[in-house]
Each structure stands twice: as C-alpha cells, then as structure tokens.
Design a protein around this ligand. Structure first.
Ligand code: HEM
Length: 186
C-alpha cells in the first residue's frame, strides 16, 4: 500500500468529518470559536503527550511539530481557560511506530486544511496569526514543505515495512473518528 492508498482510504472519513463539523456555519462568532478551541485543546494536548515517546524517535523534528501550545496561546489571548471536564475524549496511545505514523498522518494533514480555516476565520472573526489564530495559522508559509517532509518519512517507512501499512491506516482512521467525536461534542 502506498500513501495514495492511505489518502483514498481516509478520504470518505475526512468528508464525513467536514460535514458533521460544519465548522464555518457552526463557528460564526467569537464565543463559538472559543468553545471550538477549548474542545480541540482538550483532545490534542493529551494526544500529543501520548505520541511523545515514539514520535521523538522518528526523523520528523517532532518537537517543532507539536501544536497544542499554539492552542494554549490562542486561549490565553482570548482570555479563556482550557476546558476541564470529567468527560474525557477518547485518545489513542500508540504503542508501535506504525500506530504513531497513522495518528501523525491525520494530525499533520490537518495543517493543510488549517490554512483554509485560517483564511476564513481571519476574515470572519477579525483575528490574525498573532491574535487568537496562531493554531490555525500553524506553520504558515512552510506548511507544504513540512507536510512533504513528513510524507517522505512515511513513504520510506511504508517501503521498508510494507506489512505495517494496515496498522498505519487503521490508526489514521481512528484518529479521524476521535477528532470528530471531540470537536462535535457540545
Ligand atoms: C472543517 C474542517 C476542515 C476543513 C475545511 C479541511 C479541509 C482540508 C483541505 C482543503 C485539505 C487539502 C489541502 C491541500 O491539499 O492543500 C485537507 C487535507 C487534510 N485534512 Fe482537512 N480539513 C478540515 C479538518 C480536518 C481535521 C480536523 C483533520 C484531522 C485532525 C483533517 C485532516 C486532514 C488530512 C489528513 C489531510 C491530508 C490528506 C492528504 O492529502 O493526504 N482535516 N483538509
């Protein structure tokens, strides 16, 4: 299986996520944007921590790819506290390199859509990369470059370990399901 297959196997779940998230309709003012960021942070922060052990062994520069601190910056700018709830969202704890790569595929890919979301919210909410929209600005102009570099690492792994591909794909799909549950939560 190649990256193209991974892409095609997650295309439907990405469309489903976009539809159920209905982000541009549901998040149309500052209050709903704040709630959205709190949910995102509540899910992404523990997930990134759970990736640390394995992701830091991969040649991807994991430290600089983590984004929950960007969400914290936005929450702080908007004067909102991170969400504290007893209802914890499901997160994966990868135990193997292929599981970690699958989760990372979904997280890293989300930086691409993030560029469109940044443009939309910067116009709609009058925020910018230094003011409340740091997370969606993400890697800005180097988004594509970092994505390609990640895909190269993924591609090498798949070529060297073709038997891992189903595990990668499964973890990527589970991550889409988890993010949908977390971001669509009321
Ligand atoms: C309403 C919310 C979203 C929109 C509008 C959106 C939109 C997009 C768009 C337009 C692309 C293609 C960008 C390009 O090729 O330059 C993309 C790619 C991607 N998005 Fe999203 N996205 C959203 C949410 C998410 C979320 C929450 C995740 C996962 C956490 C995600 C994961 C991905 C992945 C993995 C890719 C890369 C697919 C590939 O080319 O291999 N997206 N998204």
């Amino acid at each position: 299986m190649s990256i193209a297959k991974l892409r095609s196997e997650t295309a439907a779940i990405h469309s489903k996520l976009e539809k159920s998230l209905n982000l541009f309709q549901k998040v149309d003012n500052l209050e709903s944007y704040k709630a959205h960021l709190r949910h995102y942070h509540h899910w992404l922060s523990p997930l990134e921590k759970s990736l640390n052990a394995i992701a830091s062994t991969l040649p991807i520069g994991w430290k600089n790819r983590q984004r929950s601190a960007l969400l914290e910056k936005d929450l702080s700018f908007l004067s909102v506290l991170p969400l504290v709830t007893t209802k914890n969202f499901k997160i994966q704890t990868p135990h193997t390199v292929p599981q970690c790569l699958g989760v990372l595929y979904t997280l890293e890919g989300s930086t691409l859509g993030g560029q469109f979301i940044y443009k939309h919210f910067s116009e709609k909410l009058n925020l910018n990369k230094d003011k409340g929209l740091t997370f969606y600005y993400g890697r800005g102009l180097v988004t594509g470059k970092l994505w390609k570099e990640f895909l190269q690492v993924l591609d090498h792994h798949i070529k060297d370990h073709p038997a891992d591909t189903e595990e990668i794909c499964h973890a990527a799909r589970l991550t889409f399901e988890d993010v949908e549950t977390a971001l669509c939560a009321k």
